[in-house]
Design a protein around this ligand. Structure first.
Ligand code: OSB
Ligand code: MG
Length: 373
């Protein structure tokens, strides 16, 4: 049973160690909404909203998420009594369309609250089975081929088990060729276009078949499953969908259309962990491997992602880089780390998120607070 009575919405500002550029925009500083849910007994659950400052990855932003949370979502959650966090999405069914990143921040906080109430790890509560999960790195677009090659080689040295580079028109085949050449033939390498191409670019994308890539992530528009199916039929390299999978039904449609052979699950993108579990189970039944993507999360969102990635069908390296890759100082303790051979340990033996949220560090970075209840 969970019965949240109070919500605090903290907005913190976190400066990335290095700007992160994708085909549609660049992030230098993250403004992050953190959800703190508590019940009358003092149990706590934290969630993080992955919406960005601008609507370049998704239509949601920090401001739309704040509005949705305060105006429509939290009033239905705070004061509710629910059998489990799995029942949270039903509070909003029909009444609130979309706003999945806003929903996810609350829903994930509810899962963390339930783990605290039950005194189990979030990983166990979700049904996670893996003791450690493999980590891949996502490298942003660089100014020069030399710069991306240097970063890829450094990442290999750090032990990452898969290296992904962002691509965009004008930053593709020659860049991928140089990275593949520098890494050698066997290092798992993938690319992510963040929806920058059109089906008319199929020849350019087909040229990437030469580089033995694990996958091409989200080549076409997020709402274009049909053309992803047409493109996949022309490529040897598996397509992985990210932006195109906002919920389990879209995933089912993608698989029916053979629009991808791999699925990137981000709980923050799909409305939370309940929907992420549905996508996981659907893909497992269809023998389609999944992996957990990242949204430059703080240690709180990362904790949820690590717990989710411990489920059995997460069979490819996940974008779960250690805290130190992004932040001078994370807001959880201990910071998230990676072993020399590229794994993150799942904290099955600790209650809840498996890390302690540092209230002092949050307070130091807080620019705005809203309260309900
Ligand atoms: O497409 O996976 C993406 C970051 C912001 C927006 C979209 C994406 C990303 C990443 C970052 O690739 C991965 C990470 O958190 O390390
Ligand atoms: Mg992606």
């Amino acid at each position: 049973m969970i019965a949240p009575t109070r919500l605090v919405l903290h907005e913190v500002t976190m400066r990335l160690k290095e700007p992160f550029r994708i085909s549609s925009g660049v992030t230098e500083t993250r403004r992050v909404l953190l959800v703190e849910l508590t019940d009358a007994e003092g149990h706590t659950g934290w969630g993080e909203c992955v919406a960005g400052e601008t609507p370049n990855y998704s239509s949601e932003t920090v401001e739309t998420a704040r509005l949705a949370i305060l105006q429509w979502l939290a009033p239905r959650l705070v004061g509710a009594r629910l059998e489990s966090a799995k029942k949270v999405p039903a509070l909003w069914t029909g009444a609130v369309r979309g706003h999945r990143m806003a929903k996810a921040a609350l829903e994930m906080a509810a899962w963390a609250l339930e783990a605290d109430v039950r005194q189990v790890s979030l990983a166990r509560l979700l049904g996670g089975t893996q003791q450690r999960v493999p980590v891949g790195i996502s490298l942003g677009l660089q100014e020069t081929i030399d710069a991306i090659v240097r970063r890829a080689v450094a990442a290999r040295g750090d032990g990452y088990r898969r290296i992904k580079i962002k691509i965009a028109p004008g930053h593709d085949a020659p860049w991928v060729a140089a990275v593949r050449e520098a890494l050698g033939p066997d290092v798992p390498l993938s690319v992510d276009a963040n929806a920058a191409y059109h089906l008319e670019d199929a020849d350019e994308l087909g040229a990437l078949d030469a580089y033995n890539l694990v996958m091409i992530e989200q080549p076409l528009a997020g709402d274009d499953l049909l053309r992803h199916g047409q493109l996949q039929a022309r490529l040897r390299t598996p397509i992985c969908l990210d932006e195109s999978i906002p919920h389990a039904d879209a995933c089912a449609a993608a698989l029916e259309l053979a629009a991808c052979r791999i699925v990137n699950i981000k709980p923050g993108r799909v409305g939370g962990l309940t929907e992420a579990l549905r996508i996981h189970d659907l893909c497992a039944a269809e023998h389609v491997p999944v992996w957990c993507g990242g949204m430059l999360e703080t240690g709180i969102g990362r904790a949820h992602n690590v717990a989710l990635a411990s489920l059995p069908n997460f069979r490819l390296p996940n974008d779960l880089s250690p805290s130190a890759r992004y932040w001078t100082e994370d807001i959880v303790e201990p910071a998230w780390t990676m072993t020399a051979d590229g794994f993150v340990t799942v904290p099955h033996d600790r209650v809840g998120l498996g890390v302690t949220v540092s209230r002092d560090r949050i307070d130091d970075r807080t620019t705005h607070v809203d309260r309900l209840g």
